[in-house]
Design a protein around this ligand. Sequence first.
Ligand code: F6P
Length: 333
Amino acid sequence: MLTMPSLPTRTKIKSLAVLTSGGDAPGMNAAIRAVVRYGLSLGCEVYGVYKGYSGLLEGQIVPLSASSVANIIQRGGTILKTDRCEAFYKRSVRREAAHILRRKGIDGLVVIGGDGSFTGAHLMERENGFPTIGVPGTIDNDIAGTEDTIGFDTAVNTAIDAIDRIRDTASSHDRIFLVEVMGRSTGFIGLDVGIGGGAETILVPERKLPLEEVCDTVERGIKRGKTSSIIVVSEGEKPGLSTRLAADLAKRGYSAKVCILGHTQRGGSPTAHDRFLASVLGASAVAYLCGGRSNAMVGVQNDKVTLVPFKNVIGKEKKIRDELITLAQILAS
Ligand code: F6P
């Protein structure tokens, strides 16, 4: 069971704001709810910023009450909406954002998002002294300094559910299916989906398999009497890898159907795991911020909520577990 930091009874922050940024992830609403209700319980005023950093620059900032976050814990997406804000790469824009928050009387910002969103928060604090704290929210689970991110569990479960369905039709028609999952340049989703979905082959960017090996695996399966197979393909930098792979397989005489799960993995009601994780991380972020800590992300390490300085998170590579890739190959054979 996840252990939280000790909760402060008094707060150094009188007024805080929360925003969601980057790709949405199921469980973000549960995190917003926790930030709002825990902040209010400490006597803070709490504001919601719409549309991430873009909305912040437009002054889309509204006070939130306990009832404004009622009935959202089960909803996917983010009630605050989100955006990827290119303008925030500019120093002058970050200075303006800090001014906007200060003019509203806000003295701390909780950012729920991923690596890019934390870069913005970190620079805004370093350059302008405005306290920020990050909550890891992305389906990719690719953030260094934390073993888990909000939305990952839901995305994996959504993809496994899709694979179970695809398997029914694959085995009825004796077909090979390439199922493409998200994850950008990392294979965390692919690996968990492949192992949990019993895939015959798993392709992740961290350990590229030559086409020959993919064909060999399919061939071995056929020789052992397998009439259908599921190959999980992590999208990598460019979505559509599975379509290119299907064309290559066709040249070798294997006909394969392609199913790109795409944004279906980002939507839907969060799992119990993600709701719990988001609630604990959201409240912990407020606990740290109100206790005077900032320029850092709340993370999970060995079942404990920890505070990791942004400088140890941003741009750092999170290593995929090699032994799991090996295990996936053994179990698939
Ligand atoms: O980072 C989350 C994610 O869903 C990635 O897995 C995917 O590559 C990317 O976002 C898609 O981004 P967009 O929704 O902007 O197309």
